[in-house]
Design a protein around this ligand. Structure first.
Ligand code: GAF
Length: 390
């Protein structure tokens, strides 16, 4: 049915690669997962609510102390030998995949943690560029490795914040904290209900198979368009709207205030951005309520409403995402939406198990008719968060 069977990350392979590259054994191997967000999109940088799950697909980091002061890092997904990262590397000094590694070391050091020399080998099976948070997985795997190798004793939520700071201030992507929190705090069989202001979490049991349902993840393979600039622009717009409305963040607005804001900003794009964030926070709470009441099918319309809001009010979808959602719904999905930052990437669809093949076939047909690249799909099951695996 789906394209990729999820394989266990190759812990032995990455440990052997470390030994081959650096001529000694690694001190340990750490894993951190990618994520898929069930609902709560573009709410995290508004101090709002999100409901992601950690995926079985993860990034592995084999790491060992080194006598040199800086870092040496190799990725099994990239050509070339080890990238050397100076101990004093600052934002702008390192580019490409190694910037995520360097950024985490920089983030820890500038927060006052004593991080010495270290060698690393990175491997993983989180598809890059699909909006499944391969970058957060890399940051979190490196952060966990450094935390343990240097005995820093940093708690998971603080580690997630430090990883987010690496991405914000070293890589230059102004993301929220959802992806890093999902990666460090995910639990097998659960969604992570996260308040991104307090970082308080609740684990919400999620087992679609138990209800004869599947959560399909469909990678549209649409090239990310203008993602960084548009994402940053949305974030700036939200912050400006919050200031203009006299609140610390859009999370502080309740749906009852929307008519008043509409009267003030009618026809203004700012109103539509605010309406998305406010209604999306509400949908997250409602999805959690329905899941806790064992009403899995009841979340379907909320997923679809989230997509409509992201398409019409927040304007972060692209034709591939809209086509995939429409085709999934026409073929019998109970609900479907884009997931992640948008402008490409994946959709999720909640489908009866017996309709999964028909839903995928419907999406493939619609993509072929529109001349889009053939999509890829897998069934998502919530997996464990970041941990030491050797
Ligand atoms: C990206 C960001 F990294 C997250 O922080 C979040 O804002 C998401 O887009 C949208 O919900 O994944």
């Amino acid at each position: 049915m789906t394209d990729s069977t999820v394989t266990a990350p190759d812990v032995t392979g990455v440990a052997s690669a470390f030994a081959e590259t650096f001529g000694r054994g690694a001190d340990g191997v750490w894993a951190a997962p990618g994520r898929v967000n069930v609902i709560g999109e573009h709410t995290d940088y508004n101090d709002g609510f999100v409901l992601p799950m950690a995926l079985p697909q993860s990034v592995l980091v084999a790491a060992g102390h080194s006598r040199e002061a800086g870092l040496r890092a190799v990725s099994l997904q990239e050509d070339g030998g080890p990238v050397s990262i100076a101990a004093e590397a600052a934002p702008g000094d390192v580019t490409g995949w190694a910037a995520y590694v360097a950024g985490v070391a920089w983030s820890l050091r500038t927060a006052g943690y004593d991080v010495g020399g270290v060698d690393l080998v990175v491997d993983g099976d989180v598809p890059a560029g699909a909006g499944l948070s391969s970058s957060a997985a890399l940051e979190c795997a490196v952060a966990c490795a450094l935390n343990e190798l240097f005995g820093l004793g940093i708690a998971p939520a603080d580690l997630a914040r430090l990883a987010q700071r690496a991405e914000n201030d070293f890589v230059g992507m102004p993301c929220g904290v959802m992806d890093q929190m999902a990666s460090v705090s995910g639990e097998e069989g659960h969604l992570l209900f996260l308040d991104t202001r307090s970082l308080l979490t609740q684990q919400v049991p999620f087992d679609p198979a138990d209800h004869g349902r599947t959560l399909l993840v469909v990678d549209t393979r649409a090239p990310h368009r203008l993602v960084d600039g548009e994402y940053a622009a949305r974030r700036r717009d939200c912050e400006a709207a919050a200031r203009a409305l006299g609140v610390a963040a859009l999370r502080d607005l309740s749906p009852e205030l929307l008519p008043g804001i509409a009267a003030r900003w009618d026809g203004d794009v700012r109103y539509r951005r605010v309406r998305h964030v406010v209604t999306e926070n509400d949908r997250v709470a409602e999805v959690v309520r329905r899941l806790r009441a064992d009403d899995l099918d009841g979340i379907g319309p909320l997923l679809t409403a989230s997509h409509a809001s992201l398409r019409d009010d927040y304007e972060v979808t692209v034709p591939e995402l809209d086509t995939a959602v429409e085709a999934a719904l026409s073929a019998g999905a109970l609900g479907a939406r884009m997931t992640g930052g948008g402008f490409g990437g994946c959709v999720i669809a909640l489908v009866p198990v017996e309709r999964a093949d028909a839903v995928l076939a419907g999406i493939r047909r619609a993509f072929a008719a529109a001349g889009f690249t053939e999509p890829r799909a897998f069934a998502a099951t919530p997996a464990a968060g970041a941990r030491r695996v050797r």
